[in-house]
Write a protein that binds this ligand. Structure first.
Ligand code: CMP
Length: 215
């Protein structure tokens, strides 16, 4: 509970009470937690690992909307508006998650305005992020979208050492193309070009980027 920023403002007694109503579970990588259009009845918080939130096109192709890492939460929308799940959720690697029933989640929002405010800030952040994705998909070409996605991944998940940023490869190439909203062939073309220009180096477990050159 202490690792989840959502609950940081609660005192120790409240955090202990919350621990009683949360369930802690481990999941293997690639586990589907729920699918778009399912009935929503659980709220999730990530303790460790990462979860992809995605939507699926009519021929099965996926678009990743966001990646939830340790301390982040998901699955609140359908509990708040009572409509089906707005997207699917699947673990990208082995994960430990806390979950809470819809009833407990809604009671928590009713009783703790601090927590409601953090949820509202999170929803505002997601709307801004979605606006940015609409902009990128409408106005940027595919190559620029790949480069932007690499910069975002580097800023969010990279470890810096001088000019070089190392990003652990939790996402495979299919998933990176789903994040950028491009065909995999386009992604591979851009990556090959960046490798030739010595801006990017790929190994089986990670890739290294020269962020200044990439920008
Ligand atoms: P819910 O609709 O219950 O189930 C899917 C969850 O994915 C949703 O709640 C949000 O928590 C999350 N989600 C949906 N759309 C986005 C988005 N555009 N960006 C980030 N998270 C999202």
């Amino acid at each position: 509970i202490k690792k989840v920023p959502l609950f940081a403002r609660l005192n120790e007694h409240q955090q202990d009470a919350l621990a009683q109503i949360c369930t802690r579970r481990s999941f293997k990588g690639n586990t589907v937690l729920f699918s778009e259009k399912d009935t929503g009845n659980v709220f999730y918080m990530v303790v460790s690992g990462s979860v992809k939130i995605f939507t699926t096109g009519s021929s099965g192709e996926e678009k990743i909307l966001s990646i939830c890492k340790s301390g982040e939460s998901f699955g609140e929308l359908s509990l708040i508006d009572g409509k089906p799940r707005s997207a699917s959720a699947q673990t990208l690697e082995d994960c430990v998650l806390l979950s809470m029933t819809a009833q407990n989640f809604l009671d928590l929002l009713r009783n703790h305005f601090d927590i409601t405010l953090v949820i509202m800030q999170e929803l505002s952040h997601r709307l801004r992020d979605t606006n940015q994705q609409v902009y990128d998909l409408t106005f940027l070409d595919a190559r620029t979208r790949v480069i932007k996605s690499l910069i975002t991944m580097a800023n969010k998940h990279g470890i810096r050492s001088g000019h070089t940023i190392t990003i652990k490869l939790v996402l495979n190439f299919d998933e990176i193309s789903q994040l950028a909203g491009v065909q995999k062939t386009t992604l591979m073309q851009v990556i090959r070009d960046l490798e030739e220009k010595q801006i990017l180096a790929i190994s089986p477990s990670d890739f290294k980027l020269d962020l200044a050159k990439l920008r």
